[in-house]
Write a protein that binds this ligand. Sequence first.
Ligand code: MN
Length: 405
Amino acid sequence: MPPFDVPEGDPFGPHNLPYGVFSVPGEDGGARRVGVRLGDHVLDAGAAALALGSPYASLLARPTLNPLLAAGRTAWSDVRRALTGWVTVPSHRETIEPFFHPVAEVTLHLPFEVADYVDFYASENHARNVGRIFRPDAEDSLTPNWKHLPIGYHGRSGTVVVSGTDVVRPSGQRKAPSDPAPVFGPSVRLDIEAEVGFVVGVPTPMGSPVALADFREHVFGLCLLNDWSARDLQAWEYVPLGPFLGKSFATSVSAWITPLDALDAARVAPPERTHPLLPYLDDADEEPGGYDLRISVSLNGHVISEPPFSTMYWTAAQQLAHLTVNGASLRTGDLYGSGTVSGPTERERGSLLELTWNGRDALELPDGTRTFLEDGDTVTMTAWAPGADGARVGLGEVSGRIVAG
Ligand code: MN
């Protein structure tokens, strides 16, 4: 199928145009280039820009998305408009066509240099499930701060990996409450967290909080994110400073970054706020801050959950406002995770912790039962969002296979 003739209804049609970084095995010494996905092809965007004499070649003929991320919203819109023209206007066809490669024939790389990485905890359903599992006797399944600020922690940016990268089962200390002493060994409660990652483009200097209304000036786009979690390591180590080695061994992101500009039709109001918010987080008068992303999680090819991102209590704009309200600066390439996405029903939970209720209720799959992940298991997350006129906007998948440590 020639790339210009993407079938009607393809979730990666010209209305989408996510960005990635790819190389072609055996070509150009494996040089990395910025690519734009169209259907089941990827356009070498830098080569196309050079061939067309585009002024955006300086942003696109690069081995990473960082220069484009840093260029800011006006440039993001201009480049997207130009790309839309290149892949839809018939007169460009002859010039552009040599720069398409079948996605199946390229190697996809981590598309940007990850600066800082933060992970949040923004799903009320997830937070309540975790509260019920670990604090069954508490009066409220939410902690007292939960409705007042988006809870988060700083993760490890150096272990953010692109979809398709194997995940080595981590080892560490664990100690069940009934054990007399901790033991060391491979995690026996390895889990997933189905999340959405937001990619910061435009940096800020220290001392300059980002207001809710400026979210789209700083955030370029989003991706799917799997926050692999070793629950046994996490449970023993996290008191009182939070997640550490139970999370930092790997975080997977999709190879494609969907620009926010492709998701305008998917913007929705977040759930009703049940508590008054301090002014810097109060989004009552802001544009809708939620995104209607329909996520699907599969384990070895079997769908185990379909978490709805529209149910997230805290929005990405609120998370950005909160993480900068103390004057912390932003860097190009900062990545922040939404937190595990869990909907209200059992089949919408975004972690095995919740799906199996901490291992109590094993999942029945066609190839056996599961509580937590076994070596050789592959977890794949996909998602789509409603686009204009009934179209679907596909997000790039994030997939990873567990290998023995
Ligand atoms: Mn997480």
